[in-house]
Design a protein around this ligand. Structure first.
Ligand SMILES: Cc1cc2nc3c(=O)[nH]c(=O)nc-3n(C[C@H](O)[C@H](O)[C@H](O)COP(=O)(O)O)c2cc1C
Length: 212
């Protein structure tokens, strides 16, 4: 297998300063809608990268659950590896890749926990079994076997047959305030289009084109 020969040309469409929305959040919403309408697999999936206190980066996929007040929201376990890192260093990057559309969006910003009210509101919309899972999973911790989790699930589920399930305090949302958003559209001959929005010190978005 010669993986060096695995390549494809990107020819679907183009991107220029003239055909993007003046506000990158609006442009993000246009591309997200395109991804959903085009039946991209997991259109809301994004890779979140965080950095440890030893300056070591780590990445994982999560699902974007909202774009509110110009901020990107996802939910997780606050004690997970990412949770610990974000607590120590709020700088994160988010990466969306929609291969079907030959598009990528790269976002950098700072992550902070959302209010308990907002976390409660989303938690209560989750399927019953997902809520039980959020309570019992010590996400990112080593466990002896899958059985350990299965047992905890059954025991916890039995406690909530009749009552509502309160959100555990170790689980909730993060919102990312973006300072840099780059839109990438694949083009022929690797001469891709890259349009960058950078937030300046006065809080205004500055737009530029980057070399492919
Ligand atoms: C498509 C997909 C969606 C996922 N969505 C989430 C999510 O929304 N929240 C979450 O905590 N983990 C999600 N995960 C699991 C994470 O990738 C990761 O395994 C988990 O959050 C633990 O990461 P950490 O140990 O780096 O903190 C998802 C994984 C995949 C592949």
């Amino acid at each position: 297998m010669n993986i060096a020969q695995v390549r494809r040309e990107y020819t679907k469409t183009k991107l220029s300063k003239k055909n993007v929305e003046p506000n990158p959040i609006d442009q993000f919403n246009v591309w997200l809608k395109d991804a959903i309408d085009s039946n991209c697999m997991e259109p809301t999936a994004m890779i979140v990268s965080s950095v440890s206190i030893q300056n070591k980066p780590s990445s994982r996929t999560v699902l974007l659950k909202a774009v509110e007040h110009g901020q990107f929201v996802f939910f997780s376990n606050y004690n997970s590896r990412k949770g610990v890192q974000i607590n120590q260093n709020p700088n994160v990057s988010l990466l969306f890749y929609w291969p079907e559309l030959e598009r990528q969006i790269n976002i950098e910003g700072q992550a902070h926990q959302i209010s308990t009210e907002r976390s409660d509101a989303y938690f209560n919309t989750r399927p019953w079994k997902s809520r039980i899972g959020a309570i019992i999973s010590p996400q990112s911790q080593p466990i002896e076997s899958r059985n350990v989790i299965k047992k905890s699930f059954i025991i916890e589920a039995a406690k909530h047959i009749t009552d509502s399930i309160p959100r555990p305090s170790h689980w909730g949302g993060y919102e990312i305030s973006p300072t840099r958003i780059e839109f990438w559209q694949g083009r022929a001959n690797r001469l891709h289009d890259r349009i960058l929005f950078d937030k300046n010190s006065e809080g205004f978005w500055e737009i530029s084109r980057l070399a492919p």
